[in-house]
Ligand binder design. Structure first.
Ligand code: GSH
Length: 201
């Protein structure tokens, strides 16, 4: 199997964390690409018409995406039970929330890094940050049951989303007023697979 990826992407990090966590490293060849909406990497476009990463190419040449599809596939492949049936909708909802944080945070990054100054919209960026803060507040207030108990893919996704906030939007200080979530994150960050996948440029 091959994974078309890039270490700074939080969506990619969900997949690479799972790969390390379940010990699949030796089974997956990593293809590191630089890709953006304005300059799509050939390898990403060849495997995914949307040109987005992560995308995984299976042994039979078939490509699967996006991150949620890949993590479910690998969880089943490894038998790691990160999506236990009895909690499946809680876990998928938590993962969707984490992915939503990533989408908003990545869109702020793109607005500020890819667009020229005169095309940037501060009100758009603040609206996206407001989504991040609402999600962070709900997580801090314990609204999502799947945050507790046995390690699951929703929890890994939240840790990757928070890691991306630290990586690209540190100055916005998401921890202020969210001490429960900050403490939860400290505990999660003891997971070796999350330490191995801390994002870098
Ligand atoms: N919903 C997708 C989102 C993937 C995504 O947006 N990836 C970004 C990198 S963080 C990307 O490939 N951007 C390049 C582009 O938009 O063409 C997933 O969960 O995999």
């Amino acid at each position: 199997m091959k994974l078309v990826y890039s270490p700074p992407s939080p969506f990619v990090r969900k997949v690479t964390t799972l790969i390390h966590h379940v010990g699949l490293n030796d089974h997956i060849e990593l293809i590191n690409v630089k890709t953006t909406a304005l300059s799509v990497a050939e390898e990403a476009r060849a495997a995914n018409p949307l040109g987005k990463i992560p995308v995984m190419i299976l042994g039979n040449g078939k490509a699967i995406f996006d991150s949620r599809v890949i993590t479910r596939y690998l969880d089943e492949f490894a038998g790691s039970n990160l999506y236990p049936e009895e909690k499946i909708y809680d876990i998928l909802t938590l993962e969707a929330l984490a992915d939503g944080i990533m989408e908003s945070a990545v869109s702020i990054t793109h607005e500020s890094k890819l667009r020229p100054d005169n095309e940037q919209s501060p009100s758009w960026m603040e609206a996206q940050w407001s989504k991040v803060l609402h999600a962070v507040k709900a997580l801090d207030e314990g609204e999502f049951k799947a945050m507790d108990g046995e390690m699951n893919m929703g929890q890994i996704a939240v840790a990757c989303a928070l890691g991306y906030l630290d990586f690209r939007h540190d100055a916005r200080q998401w921890r202020i007023g969210h001490s429960n979530l900050a403490s939860w994150n400290v505990k999660m960050m003891k997971l070796p697979a999350l330490i191995k996948t801390i994002p870098t440029d």
